[in-house]
Design a protein. Structure first.
Length: 398
């Protein structure tokens, strides 16, 4: 069935924003979406100037996201989905406004600023009947999908060890004291929520480990640190993980590790084999069958599976990466939205798309890690259900 482009709006992502532009590029790569409306800034002048640069008509540029949700719902050509690319503290109220109008929501991570909001948002998603996607974009990389396929196909055997890390260095100094807006809101508890580095990139590492392994984390033992003097949220995280399938793991997330630009890496080891993947070399996946030479599987190359090949756009040897990974997620989201609007069964296309449930698990992870670190790294369950837990900011090690 041939479908028209999905009409989308965006909240946040105006002039000078980073992630909004990434989302817009990703939606255009496969020509499946059309940006027709936006509340790109709460400042009316900035919102309008941003909208004009993107070709959005003046009448569909809003400075209020709630007004946008109501007005777009009334239009015959109103948006079908909204993309939320605001700081974390605005995810819940924006998503709520659009879900209440029955508009599909595509939200950046983490899903909300705390677990209480995440649980409320899940209720809203269920009540609305609208589709909700969380943009953990690394799940869209072809070889990440192939890694999941290898685990699901029992190539590794029963998983024993899962190690994941996400290291950066851009907050090694107190960048929040400069005019760096990205650093300012990410280190501000009022905008970022309970966690700093943990919420910003630690959740990506957590999600990737769970996505590939197919297991959930049920307990953590964690140590959070704010190494930069005066920083109010963590900038380094060490966490031991216990998975419900019996695997044991470790997660390291840092934004104060000089020499690391975007060092997301994951390694899984089972009874029969191990696999390794690194985001900075995304077109290579290493497979080590016990007792045999290590194999390099390349994107679109020999050994790549059906799912990986479905998401590859160019021949082997032509690198694909970050933007294409995002675009792959948007391809699957588009398929889900079209299926819903055609009255078809969406289950066949939504299984690989991060959902509100993944968002809730991410917030349970953040809450449990914070609680463990505040309690001298004691083991803490993700199912302790402490929706009102507050960040123990005063207890983050310095």
């Amino acid at each position: 069935m041939t479908h028209k482009r999905i009409r989308i709006g965006m909240v946040g992502g105006g002039d000078g924003a980073f992630i909004g532009a990434v989302h817009r590029i990703a939606t255009r790569i496969d020509d499946g979406y059309e940006l027709v409306a936006g509340a790109l800034s709460s400042n009316p002048d900035r919102a309008l100037s941003s909208a004009r640069r993107l070709g959005i008509n003046d009448e569909r540029s809003y400075s209020s996201f709630s007004a946008m949700a109501k007005q777009e719902k009334k239009r015959k050509d109103g948006i079908q989905a909204v993309i939320i690319v605001t700081p974390n503290h605005m995810h819940y109220p924006v998503a709520k406004a659009f879900l209440e109008q029955g508009i599909h929501v595509i939200c950046d991570k983490p899903v909300t600023k705390d677990l209480s909001e995440a649980l409320e948002l899940k209720k809203l998603v269920t009540k609305s009947g609208a589709f909700f996607a969380l943009t953990h974009n690394y799940t869209g990389y072809p070889l990440v999908r192939h890694a999941k396929h290898l685990v699901d196909s029992d190539v590794l055997g029963k998983l024993r060890v899962i190690q994941v890390e996400y290291a950066q260095d851009w907050l090694t100094e107190q960048a929040e004291s400069t005019d760096n807006k990205q650093a300012q809101w990410r280190t501000d508890p009022e905008k970022s929520g309970m966690a700093g580095c943990l919420g910003d990139i630690g959740t990506h590492a957590f999600n990737l480990a769970c996505f590939i392994s197919g297991q959930k984390v049920h307990q953590v033992s964690a140590d959070l640190t704010a190494f930069v003097s005066g920083r109010r949220l963590d900038d380094n995280v060490h966490t031991m993980l216990r998975f419900d399938g019996g695997a044991k793991g470790m997660l390291w997330s840092s934004q104060v590790a000089p020499g690391n630009e975007n060092g997301l890496k994951v390694r899984l080891y089972g009874e029969k084999a191990g696999i390794e993947w690194a985001q900075e070399s995304p077109n290579e996946l290493w497979l080590s069958l016990f007792g045999e030479p290590k194999q390099k599987i390349t994107r679109a190359g020999h050994g790549a599976g059906e799912e990986a090949n479905r998401l590859s756009r160019v021949p082997a040897g032509h690198p694909e990466g970050y933007l294409e990974g995002f675009a792959n997620l948007y391809v699957d989201i588009a398929a889900a939205i079209h299926a819903i609007e055609d009255g078809a069964d969406v289950r066949s296309v939504q299984g690989l798309i991060p959902s509100i449930d993944d968002g809730v698990e991410g917030m349970k992870f953040i809450t449990a890690v914070l609680a463990s670190s505040a309690n001298d790294s004691a083991w803490h369950s993700l199912n302790a259900h402490q929706p009102n837990a507050q960040s123990p900011r005063g207890k983050v090690n310095e």
